[in-house]
Design a protein around this ligand. Structure first.
Ligand code: ADP
Ligand code: ZN
Ligand code: MG
Length: 493
């Protein structure tokens, strides 16, 4: 008897928590800045969970959540409310977390990702609002281990974005996170930085026989602190679950933690111990009526989002989809490109030509230097107008493409205009035939061997001579002109 390993389909759904860019906390006036402040300095009776205090809803947090939901094409119901999610853990001051249960601020949206098979929509179940918990630091001391509690983070506005189980591989999960982070940053609602902890992801993953339409038993994985860890943790889980199922065992529904240093997940708690949160409406906060006027105002306030911008870049600047995608990676990068092109004042084909050249520099030499030296586009010293000028100088034949590379490197280091650098270095292209003739004649006189080869019919020898002239002129000569001149002199000589 032979057994045939089943072909499984991977099913992944992600829950992302993003810290909103508000100045104050969710229900009190304390500063929402928690990472730089000394522990337990941004606190008050409300976020410390004292009895008898009354929370007040942070309006800005509600607005930022609705903006996010609109950016993800969600519906915004007119009624919404906060609920208490009850559980006991030392990071929870009140014994419950204020969150949203059955009436979230939004539902039923989607996010488009670009997979190998093309564009696909990942469903967004809901975007809702809740408060963050305190931060625990575990300490192993000589007299045993203990935890320190920092309440600064308690009550900081958190937005939760729950996806449908629509991703089919760990790679797709990573693509979803990259795209979601991009949308949150474009919309200006969160810094969305996973390493800094203001963008966190819990990943749910299950397997099912390919072709099946019911969902398999899922495992929730936590503790990943980079997109790469999310992908690795999911890859590990897919393998682990495949092995279990192939061996005739069942997957246990549980929460597992990713252990980065060991590259594996370990069980944290199984379903038997799963919490019953006993959700009930928060009695201290009034239900929210989300009026349509506010929704339209927030919709109008949304900036152009990545997909729209990418399409516009393809059309307006004649760029490929790939180039446009790279340029709109961040708003700042897209703005840089547009500023460099706009500074030219060009129209029509000349503008397209300029846009292409600017893109080539940005995605080539500039990206290379940015990566090597870890420089964000905001910190690049070359001003967009200066990059435009450099491109114009090459187009106009004032410098050669080869010189332009050297000029670019100096612009990168010194932040000076290309005109200044070209003048100072004497890099202006030598295109005057008279100026070149002398150099060409000297090269011919000093290259007996190549000249003899040429006369013996080896035409490649010309290429060698062109190279010699380029060397003599430090790349400032126009290679086409040099070649013509060489042939003219050799044929007449
Ligand atoms: P829970 O009740 O455990 O919180 P939810 O139904 O609220 O589960 O879903 C939480 C997340 O898990 C969502 O992102 C959802 O898409 C995802 N999910 C739910 N069931 C599965 C499954 N069988 N496989 C993978 N992901 C799942
Ligand atoms: Zn407070
Ligand atoms: Mg849930």
């Amino acid at each position: 008897m032979t057994t045939v390993a089943t072909d499984y389909e991977v099913v992944i759904g992600l829950e992302v928590h993003a810290q909103l860019l508000t100045r104050s906390k969710m229900f009190c006036g304390c500063s929402a800045e928690y990472s730089a402040a000394p522990p337990n300095t941004h606190v008050c009776p409300v976020c410390l969970g004292m009895p008898g205090v009354l929370p007040v809803i942070n309006r800005r947090a509600v607005e930022l959540t609705i903006m996010t939901a609109l950016a993800l094409d969600c519906e915004i119901p007119e009624q919404s409310k906060f609920d208490r999610k009850n559980y006991h853990y030392p990071d929870l001051m009140k014994g419950y977390q204020v969150s949203q249960y059955d009436l979230p601020l939004s539902r039923d949206g989607w996010l488009t990702i670009e997979t190998e098979e093309g564009e696909r929509r990942v469903g967004v179940t809901r975007v809702h609002l809740e408060e963050d918990t305190a931060r625990l630091t575990h300490v192993d001391g000589p007299d045993g281990s203990f935890s320190l509690v920092d309440v600064n983070r308690s009550g900081v506005p958190l937005m939760e974005i729950v996806s449908e189980p629509d991703m089919r591989s760990p790679e797709e999960a990573r693509l979803y996170l990259v795209k979601l982070r991009q949308v949150l940053r474009y919309a200006g609602v969160s810094l969305a930085n996973m390493e800094e902890g203001n963008f966190r992801c819990d990943a749910n993953v299950s397997l099912r026989p390919r072709g099946s339409s019911s969902l398999g038993v899922k495992v929730e994985v936590k503790n990943m602190n980079s997109f790469r860890s999310v992908q690795r943790a999911l890859e590990y889980e897919v393998e682990r679950q495949t092995r279990l199922l192939d061996g005739g065992e069942a997957v246990v529904q549980e929460t597992r933690g990713w252990v980065e240093s060991e590259g594996k997940t370990v069980s944290q708690r199984s379903k038997e111990y799963a919490h019953d949160y006993r959700y009930f409406p928060e009695p201290d906060l009034p239900p929210m009526q989300v009026n349509r006027e506010l929704v339209s105002r927030l919709r109008a306030a949304l900036p152009e989002l990545p997909d729209e911008k990418r399409r516009r870049f393809e059309e307006a600047y004649g760029l490929t989809r790939y180039e446009a995608e790279l340029l709109v990676e961040s708003r700042a990068r897209a703005d840089y490109h547009e500023a460099a092109v706009a500074a030219s004042g060009l129209r029509g084909d000349a503008r397209l030509q300029r846009a292409k050249q600017v893109a080539n520099w940005m995605l080539g030499d500039m990206a290379r230097l940015q990566n090597a030296q870890n420089v964000d586009i905001e910190a690049v010293r070359i001003q967009p107008e200066q990059l435009g000028q450099l491109v114009a100088m090459v187009e106009g034949g004032q410098i050669t493409g080869r010189s332009a590379k050297a000029v670019f490197e100096r612009m990168w280091r010194e932040g000076r205009s290309p005109h200044e650098i070209v003048a100072e270095e004497g890099l202006a292209q030598i295109s005057g035939v008279d100026e070149l003739r002398g150099i060409v004649e000297r090269v011919i006189a000093a290259s007996d061997r190549a000249v003899a080869d040429y006369r013996a019919g080896k035409t490649e020898a010309v290429q060698f001579l062109v190279g010699q002239v380029m060397k003599q002129t430090k790349g400032r000569a126009n290679p086409g002109t040099v070649r013509d001149l060489l042939l003219e002199i050799l044929q007449n000589g």
